[in-house]
Ligand binder design. Structure first.
Ligand SMILES: Cc1cc2nc3c(=O)[nH]c(=O)nc-3n(C[C@H](O)[C@H](O)[C@H](O)COP(=O)(O)OP(=O)(O)OC[C@H]3O[C@@H](n4cnc5c(N)ncnc54)[C@H](O)[C@@H]3O)c2cc1C
Ligand SMILES: NC(=O)c1ccc[n+]([C@@H]2O[C@H](COP(=O)([O-])OP(=O)(O)OC[C@H]3O[C@@H](n4cnc5c(N)ncnc54)[C@H](OP(=O)(O)O)[C@@H]3O)[C@@H](O)[C@H]2O)c1
Length: 247
């Protein structure tokens, strides 16, 4: 049986018309960065629940979740409307294996995300372990439009705390910019644009890769990486690619 705890909304920050972050006051069991909780609301007498990655670090006082409104989505449209002091249900135990503990050590750690899936990487970057285990961490965030590049302040803070160790590479697919890579992650791996942008090569003998978000991005990126000799990372058979699909 799922154990639920009651949470109170502290803040609902709207980044754009569609993207928002909820800060929630509640007490859940200790969790590992990269894991998710389920959030739920009671709608028309039914508890409607969905998984959401934790964005806060395990030591932060409030829980934080980053979400997009999916048109006509049963839960994301309702969470978007929550105001400070409103109630929300949260699972007491976080779940999932998309954590740094599941990733073998390497020189470079690549964190590749689309849309709201940058969230679990923000949580991971706020913890100590990745900085002790990897020389360089490359955070890639791929979005449709420039204004969807959320969490810039947090990423800047992490870059300052770990000087020279974090490369941040935004991708924007539907606007032209002078700073982001235009297009999609798999194409930029195939034609080496991603590596050229930061001057770091992605090879089986120096890289571990975590992929999170759009299942199409994960499938297409896996295909390109497998052509280069990368293998899926499984507990019983360690490799280089660790994944979490959001749908
Ligand atoms: C392990 C896990 C962790 C997740 N963490 C997050 C998170 O941190 N933030 C978040 O926004 N969502 C996350 N999701 C997706 C989330 O659970 C919901 O599906 C989403 O918020 C939409 O809920 P809904 O009830 O409105 O619509 P649903 O009926 O759940 O979804 C309908 C459709 O919306 C699309 N969709 C779902 N999620 C997204 C998304 N994030 N971005 C773009 N399109 C999407 C898909 O096409 C999906 O089939 C996660 C999913 C999983 C499996
Ligand atoms: N963001 C918006 O403006 C917008 C507007 C209306 C509705 N929505 C709703 O929001 C959801 C989409 O949210 P989102 O924009 O955060 O997520 P998304 O559709 O996953 O797009 C995020 C990034 O992933 C890229 N991508 C998509 N498929 C890929 C693949 N197979 N391989 C590599 N990259 C891929 C997209 O590139 P491409 O641009 O090339 O696809 C985009 O750069 C949907 O439910 C949609 O209905 C969003």
């Amino acid at each position: 049986m799922t154990e639920w705890v009651a949470g109170k909304i502290i803040e609902n920050h709207h980044w754009t018309d569609q993207l928002y972050s909820l800060k929630i006051d509640t007490k859940i069991d200790p969790f590992t960065a990269g894991q998710f909780c389920r959030l739920a609301l009671d709608i028309d007498g039914e508890r409607v629940a969905r998984p959401y990655s934790l964005v806060n670090s395990p030591t932060d006082p409030y829980l934080e979740f980053y979400s997009i409104i999916v048109p006509d989505g049963p839960l994301s449209t309702k969470l978007h409307q929550l105001k400070p002091n409103d109630d929300v249900w949260v699972t007491k135990k976080a779940a999932g294996f998309f954590t740094i503990h599941e990733v073998p050590s390497a020189k470079h750690l690549w964190l590749l995300s689309t849309g709201t899936a940058v969230g679990p990487f923000i949580s991971i970057l706020k913890t100590d372990e990745p900085w002790q285990r990897f020389d360089k961490i490359i955070l890639v965030h791929a979005v449709r439009h420039t204004n969807e590049l959320s969490y810039q302040d947090t990423i800047n803070e992490v870059q300052q705390t770990h000087a020279g160790k974090l490369e941040y590479v935004p991708f924007v697919s539907r606007d032209k910019t002078d700073f982001a890579i235009h297009g999609r992650i798999p194409a930029a791996i195939r034609n080496s644009k991603l590596e050229e942008k930061i001057g770091i090569n992605m090879a089986v003998d120096n890289s571990q890769i975590m992929l999170c978000g759009n299942p199409g991005m994960i499938t297409d990126t896996m295909t390109v990486l497998q052509e280069r000799g990368f293998k899926k990372n499984l507990r019983r058979n360690p490799g280089h690619i660790t994944t979490e699909k959001y749908w």
